[in-house]
Design a binder for this molecule. Structure first.
Ligand SMILES: NC(=O)c1ccc[n+]([C@@H]2O[C@H](COP(=O)([O-])OP(=O)(O)OC[C@H]3O[C@@H](n4cnc5c(N)ncnc54)[C@H](O)[C@@H]3O)[C@@H](O)[C@H]2O)c1
Length: 438
């Protein structure tokens, strides 16, 4: 188990400057965490380079971006993109002419999936094909990068990859139950994890979310050696999740979103950073708070831990700017509903024994339960209904603030990182935001 190692002070260092290179290892989406880091890299005058995961054609064959797609992606990133598809995972890989894991599970049904068995020797062959494909593509990307990075410059590799849910109908239905279902529609995470389908998905999570960080570190060894030999420095970061300390009863306490089936993969990611660190490579996983993004919207209730950030902003010396954030949140609520009512609902939710029983760091990631789903998904729905517009929520605003706060924290800490695994909790994020806007 990783010791809980929060970042407690705002880091000030910065080794990155104009001419240095920032490489985003994952695609950039509008609300994604990576935006926080990109803003810092841009402000520091760094050259920004991105990659693509590629796209699938109508036969599911992985392809590079078309010229038009590439131009759009580069405009969105504000930098060049190396157009070699870096889709991770092996759900659509197989030895030539054989069935992919997705083919194997495509016919599973909601009735039978828990008893359906998979051919693990075949899955292993598919995994090997997927891993080799990804590593070969990393080698190509690094080959192109070589020519784009001058001797003696500093490089910041930011890994954002997470995912691995195979696209099959049956899993859409299962995911709707596991992450969104309550009452009759509830399904336990344990049912999934005990099934062959679940085991396959966990293997794919490991590949996408954790092993890609390893392949990045290994694949960039030649660049690392060259730059270090010429006076440059190289850093690696990745986004982790392992619960977050938020303000509960006036104190920062660790809590977590539950039904986090990716938890094992995120702990594997931490171990990748620790192993690299032990070899003298500066790789840091930043365990970040729950926010709403394209990737997390499936986890209904994940956003509930965001609300106490409003109180943290005040506790950490927030002034007029923090008051403005409170007011902006008030403006999103329906007439006759106060932010105080909403925060009281969150207090009651967090004080509930069901929620308390999940605040168990050593046992993370725990299986969900019907009681948890009822409470969490029910509270999420009630709070959404307190808004004027379901499409404009307090948690949109708070997610953007958290993302903004993590940018400078990660960027500056990475100049001289204290450890391979660091938590960015609500205390330090509130401090950073107040200091940016004070
Ligand atoms: N949203 C949260 O609450 C939260 C909390 C802590 C950590 N994180 C982590 O932050 C990182 C960025 O996520 P985000 O929430 O900002 O969402 P996002 O959707 O913006 O980013 C997801 C990233 O994963 C990449 N990706 C997805 N499937 C992939 C695949 N098969 N192969 C290669 N890359 C793939 C995408 O290209 C993208 O860069 C992830 O590692 C995520 O786990 C998110």
């Amino acid at each position: 188990m990783t010791a809980l190692t929060p970042l407690r002070n705002i880091p000030q260092g910065n080794i990155f400057r104009k001419g240095d290179v920032f490489v985003l290892f994952g695609e950039l989406f509008g609300r994604g965490y990576a935006n926080g880091l990109i803003n810092e890299a841009r402000n520091a005058g760094m050259t920004i380079i991105g990659i693509t995961v590629g796209r699938r054609d109508e036969n599911n064959v992985l392809r590079a971006l078309t010229d038009e797609e590439l131009a759009t992606a580069e405009a969105n990133l504000g930098g060049r993109i190396i157009n070699v598809p870096l889709m991770a995972g092996f759900d659509l890989d197989a030895p030539t002419g054989e069935l992919t894991p997705t083919d194997l599970i495509a016919d599973m049904t909601l009735k039978g999936w828990q008893d359906d068995k998979l051919d693990w020797a075949h899955i292993e062959k598919c995994r090997a094909v997927g891993v080799n494909r990804f590593k070969d593509s990393v080698a190509q990307v690094m080959g192109e990068l070589e020519g784009m990075i001058a001797d003696g410059s500093n490089v910041f590799f930011a890994h954002t990859m997470a995912g691995g849910i195979p696209k099959v109908k049956v899993f859409l239905a299962i995911a709707n139950r596991i992450y969104k279902g309550r009452g009759d529609r509830f399904m336990s995470t344990r049912a999934l994890l005990d099934s062959d389908l679940g085991k396959l998905i966990l293997m794919n999570f490991d590949e996408v979310t954790a092993n890609t960080f390893q392949y990045l570190i290994e694949g960039s060894a030649a660049i690392r050696n060259r730059l270090e030999a010429t006076g440059g420095q190289i850093r690696y970061t990745a986004y982790g999740y392992h619960g977050t300390e938020i303000l509960l009863d006036g104190e920062y306490q660790w809590q977590t979103y539950t039904s986090y089936t990716q938890g094992q993969a995120k702990m594997r990611l931490e171990r990748v950073a620790e192993a690299a660190w032990a070899q003298g490579i500066k790789a840091t996983v930043y365990n970040c708070p729950e926010i709403r993004t394209n990737s997390s919207d499936i986890f209904v209730g994940v956003e509930l831990s965001l609300f106490p950030l409003l109180i943290a902003l005040k506790k950490e010396g927030g002034g007029a700017w923090a008051d403005e954030q409170w007011q902006a949140c008030r403006d999103l609520l329906e007439e006759g509903t106060s932010l105080e009512d909403l925060l009281q609902k969150i207090d009651a939710y967090n004080a509930n024994d069901v929620m308390k029983s999940f605040r168990n760091y050593p046992a993370w990631p725990m299986d969900n339960s019907a009681e948890l789903a009822n409470l969490m998904i029910g509270t999420s729905e009630e709070i959404t209904q307190m808004h004027k517009d379901r499409k404009s929520l307090v948690t949109d605003l708070l997610s953007a603030l958290v993302l903004e706060g993590t940018g400078p924290l990660m960027f500056h800490e990475t100049s001289n990182p204290a450890a391979p695994v660091l938590w960015l909790n609500h205390d330090i994020i509130a401090k950073q935001l107040n200091s940016l806007h004070g």
